[in-house]
Design a protein around this ligand. Sequence first.
Ligand code: BGC
Length: 381
Amino acid sequence: MTVSRRSLIAGMLALGTLPLAACGGSGAGGSSGGVGSGEKKNPEDILVGLAMPTKSSERWIEDGENLKKQLEDKGYKVDLQYAEDDIPTQVNQLDNMISQGAGILVVASIDGTALTTQLQTAADNKIPVIAYDRLIRNTPNVDYYTSFDNEKVGVQQGTSLLIGMGYLDADGKETGKTDPANIELFGGSPDDNNATFFFQGAMSVIQPFIDKGILTVKSGQTDFEKVAILRWDPATAQSRMENLITSTYSGGDKVQGVLSPYDGLSIGILGALKSAGYGTADQPYPIVTGQDAELASAESILAGEQYSTIFKDTRKLAEVTVAMVDAIAKGEEPEVNNTETYDNGEKVVPSYLLESVIITKDNLKAELVDTGYYTAEEVGV
Ligand code: BGC
């Protein structure tokens, strides 16, 4: 707590909201007094730097737009930048935001370990930093984290794979089915802290079925390092699936389930399966999972191709992040709901975590259309 309070005070200095008395009072690193009661800057005078990873995935476009709009509605100035999954570009963008006088930074990192220098500069300039959706690692200079319960997202991915394959019922209870089946596993980008949480969560429900000899990862590729897809790149996933089909399934065996942690990968995986003859009445697609409820996957689910996705409402993530920015700017203590899980290697980062929802054909309309996330025309329902 002392660390985050110290960071908060640092933030207040950056924003000009900490009373001078507090600066003089308890000396460097002083941990008490004055937060939130000092002179305030107006939102109009505060530039919020938003660093997003890429526009190649819809979710980050939504995230960026939602954040920008909600911040601007409150009067803040916003600098929204996308780095197209290129680490040096994101580093430059952060340098620019800092030199242009950003008061607060909200960062969805590409490589969660690559921003140490920039965040040190941010700290030196008393700029508070919120890690957005992806934890920034190996630095003390990240003040807060907003995301979803990433381990649970993984559990939901594994659970939906097993529901789709008939081993669990809709409530997640074992059905008693013991028919053997082949599966393959995919992981996210190894430099994204979330990816290991997703994989561990998924394997926590899948592994018991492997241990019982019901499910077999026929390629033998079960280590995260083996199955991880750098930068979450759909083309890499597609070619890995093509290679798996050639190396492991050319003798007539079929794959009945594929754990995929992200819709972009799922679409690539389905493309490889289609080219290999899957997706017909005689040879149906395996159960393929996903994440982010992207439009192409929503359509694929409705078409009976991809089985499931995990819906993480980016509107809500933007809301809690904007509330955090606003609280920091006003000198208040932002609301968090987790102070245990997200150790970034230097400290446990106080977090606000949201809940996610498994989507299949059965609840897609209710969750994605009736809530206004997509229009009926967009998904074709
Ligand atoms: C996000 C996921 C997303 C993935 C690829 C992760 O950090 O949490 O929602 O699917 O990045 O963009």
